[in-house]
Design a protein around this ligand. Structure first.
Ligand code: ADP
Ligand code: MG
Length: 683
């Protein structure tokens, strides 16, 4: 065996294995199994005990048996649909081996006449005679069969036999890795080594043995490696020296005095942290986390003003054009008139775009708002000092790192996210950043009242809408996307628009992704100016949009959304001082679990709490759509059941950071578990 003493074997591709050809490899590749290491995490689901060998007179129909028999006679009917049959016997009775779709030559080879072979398979009965149809195992050597065989959830095209062979081969050749954990940690897992843990993991007697030491050790390896990678990135970014920003607090105080509210304590704290980072000599890489409506925008704009004040440029990136424009308008309102800020919009004509590009290049423009378009190649900043990114919780660690690199060393970075995550996950999701949290909502806010209703009761909802309109309120009416067909995304919204427009003529607006930007904006403006009182929309309004006068939101087909998404949508209302209402419509009666989830929403307006509860109910995998986000999915570790391990890992990372412990010995761990290029420049 090559490379017996290190991890290269585990990272090599599957053709290293005997018995894995191009076909098997490509099947596994489709399942994201690219190397030997990846295969280790596909765990046996159950097993078949073929160790008990039986005699023909002891067989039980429907069970799997392993028996030694002697083939006596071939019956090859050569008629379509009739199987080939081999009459066999032992000293106690007769049994047939039946083959569908097998060639005669193959059958003659595996079942030579008058020689004893061992066969294994499920026993059935046909014309009062025992038979085994397509036996799973046939061999002259009974020791090959008389074992406990793992059942893996197999991929089409790979048989249990082949799969077991592959796994056995890997386990036999596992390299001995130097232990990366210290004694104190190891003791917690009864000193299980990585090697023995992996072997135990594939031992059929250990299936679902989640609480055992070997399992917890492997889970801990995963958690620690994910935390370590993030911590190293954070350290690395911290080491980047930059020109510190210098500003006075005069424009900042002026801006605040223009607001008709006071900043909350958490907003002030966040600002203090950000300002400190901006004026420090090392690069800022910070996350501003706060529930929907907690007031992150104003914090980011004030800090942007400070950066402009210190003679650097600022780029503000939003996920949608609507949102970019809204932030831009707010900045125009708040910033001193002499600040040159622009919106780079898909709608701007070539001339305007050229002017903006020119202005950014020669520093005539101090701040630009836009979608990811502001990071196109042709856009060159003269002196970019600050990037603010709104609502990009779907950015993974890698994307953030790229962005940070792109801005250059003098560029501070602030990410804002309204997606609260359970505490145990903070380190694995945002461990590469410093985090400021706004927990406190502006004081005048009332809790949003949340109700669920069957769609068949739509009339009560319409009546409620009518009443709300009379009281001077505005209403969001959200229709879900039709997932099956991207083209039809907006259909349900259009239909709803038509029916509501009949009830409330000229008072209803319609918004969906197919509407041109220019028109979109007109519609939003009409809603803002209260020409429209009802806005029918797809989830396009989910992120960030701020309409303080809208305080009813009706969400159709609510079971299409996850809890956190519903919470986000609901957060579009209740931003003013009036009582807000959210009505969740359902097509049919809710299941017990769905009811539990809806109750979480009804009982809480706290996004952090909702995410914790949601995680407990649904498990981590589906949480908040993090699945598609490039954020690490754990193979064994589970933030709910292994909470203690997450806490332990966080403690260990803090220690490593504080005492500056050399992480070289974790190199194999990181190489294996992360397999990422960022590690290469770390260890
Ligand atoms: P989010 O954190 O969801 O991005 P926004 O920044 O959009 O929240 O703020 C939501 C609304 O709350 C806006 O209308 C904003 O003007 C208002 N707001 C922000 N801070 C305060 C505050 N301290 N007191 C009252 N209203 C505030
Ligand atoms: Mg926002």
């Amino acid at each position: 065996m090559k490379n017996k003493n290190n991890y290269d074997y585990l990272l090599s591709d599957l053709t290293q294995l005997t018995g894995v050809g191009k076909k098997t490899m490509s099947i596994l590749k489709k399942k994201k199994v690219n190397n030997i290491f990846d295969l280790l995490w596909r765990l046996p689901k159950s097993y078949t005990d073929r160790s008990l060998s039986s005699k023909v007179n002891e067989l039980q129909v429907g069970n799997i048996h392993t028996i030694k028999v002697v083939p006596l006679k071939y019956n090859f009917p050569r008629v379509r649909n009739l199987p080939n049959r081999v009459n066999c016997e032992d000293e106690t009775g007769k049994i047939d081996c039946v083959f569908f779709n097998s060639y005669e030559g193959y059958i003659r080879k595996i079942l030579p006449l008058n020689e004893e072979v061992t066969i294994s398979g499920k026993i059935s009965i046909f014309k009062s005679k025992y038979q085994i149809t397509n036996p799973s195992y046939v061999s002259k050597d009974s020791s090959v069969i008389e074992k406990v065989h793992n059942k893996y959830s197999l991929t089409e095209g790979i048989s249990e036999k082949v799969y077991n062979k592959i796994i056995t081969q890997i386990l036999k050749n596992l390299p001995i890795l130097n232990e990366w954990h210290n004694d104190e940690i190891l003791k917690k897992f009864d000193k299980e080594s990585w090697n023995s843990s992996i072997i135990k993991l594939h031992d059929p007697i250990n299936i679902a043995n989640y609480k055992s030491n070997f399992y917890r050790r492997l889970a801990y390896d995963e958690i620690l490696s994910s935390f370590l990678v993030n911590s190293e990135i954070r350290k690395k970014i911290k080491k980047i020296k930059k020109i510190s920003k210098t500003f006075t607090n005069k424009p900042y105080l002026n801006t605040i005095s223009k607001l008709n509210f006071n900043l909350t304590k958490d907003q002030k704290n966040a600002l203090v942290n950000i300002n400190k980072d901006l004026s420090s000599k090392s690069k800022m890489f910070r996350l501003l986390q706060g529930d929907v409506g907690s007031g992150k925008t104003i914090v980011s704009l004030i800090s942007a003003l400070n950066v402009i004040e210190s003679n650097f440029q600022v780029a503000f990136m939003a996920p949608t054009e609507i949102l970019a424009r809204q932030h831009y308008n707010l900045a125009k309102q708040l910033f001193p008139k002499n600040k040159r800020i622009e919106l780079l919009s898909g709608k701007s004509n070539i001339f305007e775009k050229k002017k903006i590009i020119q202005g950014l290049k020669n520093h005539k423009i101090e701040m630009v708002f836009g979608t990811h378009a502001i990071f196109q190649k042709k856009i060159i900043f003269s002196k970019l000092g600050y990037i603010i990114i709104d609502e990009q919780h779907k950015f993974g660690v890698r994307q953030r790192k790229l962005l940070s690199d792109k801005g250059g060393k003098n560029c501070d970075i602030l990410l804002m996210s309204a997606t609260p995550i359970p505490r145990t996950l903070t380190m694995s999701i945002y461990g590469d950043m410093d985090v400021s949290i706004i927990r406190e909502k502006p004081s005048h806010r009332k809790e949003i009242k949340t109700y669920s209703k069957l769609e068949s009761n739509i009339n009560t909802v319409i009546n409620f809408t009518r009443k709300s309109i009379k009281e001077g309120n505005q209403i969001f009416w959200v229709c879900p996307l039709i997932e099956e067909s991207k083209k039809l995304d907006h259909q349900s919204a259009i239909e709803k628009y038509r029916s509501l427009n009949k009830l409330f003529p000229n008072k209803v607006g319609l918004l969906h992704s197919k509407i041109e930007n220019e028109e979109k904006e007109e519609i939003l403006n009409k809603f803002l100016n209260k020409e429209y009182l009802v806005l029918v929309s797809t989830t396009i309004i989910e992120v960030g949009i701020d309409f303080p006068n809208a305080n009813v939101i009706i969400i159709e087909n609510s079971n299409k959304f996850g809890l956190s998404q519903l919470h986000q949508l609901r957060g579009r209302v209740g931003r003013g001082s009036k009582q807000a209402t959210c009505i969740l419509l359902f097509k049919s009666n809710l299941s017990v679990n769905a009811k539990k989830r809806i109750n979480i929403l009804k009982n809480s307006n706290d996004g952090f709490k909702i995410s914790e509860e949601d995680m407990k109910l649904r498990g981590f995998g589906d949480l908040l759509g993090f699945k598609q986000s490039g954020i690490k999915n754990f193979k064994l570790a589970d933030p709910i059941h292994n909470e203690d391990l997450f806490i332990l890992a966080e403690k260990q990372i803090r220690e490593i950071e504080k005492e500056n412990i050399d992480i070289k010995k974790y190199k194999p761990l990181l190489k294996l578990y992360d397999q990422a290029d960022i590690i290469n420049d770390i260890v």
